[in-house]
Design a protein around this ligand. Structure first.
Ligand code: S3P
Length: 432
């Protein structure tokens, strides 16, 4: 019988095998949104079918876009961005998904004559939205929320392009402003302090939307053309792959082949970091369509400690809890700083990560903007509260493979958000 409260992951000696990764979550959201912007029929293959992508689908359905969902493929039919309709109750429920609310708000802000209330679950309702309210208001949007939190009320207005400097590097905020720029008069400029994931820009280029980068400044023009339907195949998710990378590196006599992973440079900084600490990771069969993609081979390795500073954080943002787990097994003391953004994710990932490591027997110290993790530690196992956060649940589960005793993951079902079949793969490779 399934235990709905906890999942127990027991230690294994080694893991071997190959894994087909789920479609990238960030690219799935964007592909769905572009299919809704486009007029006509689109097909998206290898879609991430986690709860977050389903939240995007549910919102777009209420705008009059239709979806036929297969196992990993979705057929989309849209009237195009200028044909979106007013949802009857006006409510767009974004569930747990920050990407859904922030990117979609950018597209909705310029929908003159339409009105929306964007809502979300308990976690999304405490995450900061002022970061999108500020630039959109400057563009002329009518967008309001109490204390900068959901529900977010958006009344479509005529927008004007602005030059916006992001206070913190965030692909979600960057994408929000770029999307709003599509319906704004004049050019919209977005300046980012550090490069964050660039899928929105890449997809805009794919649709020949005039978007340009000059050093740290992106500019986008009003969208005057009708984008036709398209076919697109989503590469494997590097942030989901990271869990298997950790297990393959840290368990003895292990070898994993991760298939068709996105090798977008803004997403694989963790591979580079781990390689610089001694990780045996090889990229084979590299190909490129819209973005580079390839197979990744991981072998058991002896790792040295590492340092992460603010400059590196945008490129590692979703992998830091897992890197902190890896740090417990590396030689020496790891220091992670400049990562305050982690406090505003699906959970406060600084405190959730430190709490997790400590409850498994590691030595970790919480800092305002990061953490210090002592290495050379064999975890003893124990009980972890995932705080409803999919990345904490999966990190704790990988810890279960490596510890002396089992790890009980409370809140394990949050893996649904990005990786619904995570546990079936864990069971398969843990046995082989
Ligand atoms: C995402 C961007 C990141 C990341 C999130 C997905 C995206 O957030 O943490 O999981 O799809 O644009 P920020 O850009 O807000 O840091």
């Amino acid at each position: 019988m399934t235990d709905h409260i906890k999942k127990t992951v027991s230690p294994v000696e080694s893991i071997r095998g190959q894994i087909t990764l789920p479609g990238d979550k960030s690219m799935s959201h964007r592909a769905l949104m572009f299919a809704a912007i486009a007029k006509g029929c689109s097909k998206i293959k290898h879609l991430n079918i986690g709860a977050d992508a389903l939240s995007t689908i549910a919102c777009l359905q209420k705008l009059g876009v239709t979806f036929q969902l297969g196992k990993f493929t979705v057929d989309v039919e849209s009237p195009g961005i200028h044909g979106w309709k007013q949802p009857q109750d006006g409510i767009l429920n974004c569930g747990n998904s920050g990407t859904t609310v922030r990117l979609l708000a950018g597209l909705l802000a310029g929908q003159e004559g339409l009105e929306f209330t964007m809502t979300g679950d308990a976690s999304l309702s405490v995450r900061p939205m002022q970061r999108i309210i500020d630039p959109l208001t400057k563009m002329g949007a009518d967008i309001h929320a109490q204390d900068g939190h959901l529900p977010l009320h958006v009344r479509g207005k005529k927008l004007t392009g602005i030059h916006y400097t992001l206070p913190v590097a965030s692909a979600q905020v960057k994408s929000c402003v770029l999307f709003a720029g599509l319906s704004a008069q004049g050019k919209t400029y977005v300046e980012e302090p550090q490069l964050s994931r660039d899928h929105t820009e890449n997809m805009m280029k794919m649709f020949r939307i005039p978007i340009f980068r000059n050093k740290d400044i992106l500019s986008v023009h009003t969208l005057r053309r009708v984008i036709p339907g398209f076919e697109y195949s989503v590469p494997g998710d590097p942030s989901s792959a990271a869990f298997w990378v950790a297990a393959g590196l840290l368990l003895p006599k292990s070898r994993l082949l991760l298939r068709k992973m996105s090798l977008n440079p803004t997403r694989i900084a963790y591979l580079k970091l781990l390689r610089s600490c001694g990780a045996e990771i090889d990229i084979i069969r590299e190909t490129k369509s819209l973005e580079p993609m390839g197979d990744v081979v991981v072998r058991s390795s002896v790792l040295r400690h590492f340092q992460i500073s603010g400059r590196q954080v945008p490129g590692l943002i979703d992998e830091i809890p897992l890197l902190a787990l890896i740090a417990t097994r590396a030689k020496g003391k790891t220091v992670i700083r400049g990562a305050k953004e982690l406090r505003y994710k699906e959970s406060d990932r600084i405190s959730a990560t430190v709490e997790m490591l400590r409850s498994l027997g590691a030595e970790a110290e919480e800092l305002e903007d990061g953490m210090i993790v002592r290495g050379d530690t064999v975890l003893r196992g124990g009980r972890v509260d995932a705080h409803g956060d999919h990345r904490i649940a999966m990190t704790a589960s990988i810890a279960g493979l490596l510890s002396q005793g089992p790890v009980e993951v409370h809140g394990w079902s949050s893996v649904e958000i990005s990786y619904p079949n995570f546990y079936s793969i864990l069971e398969r490779i843990g046995r082989s």
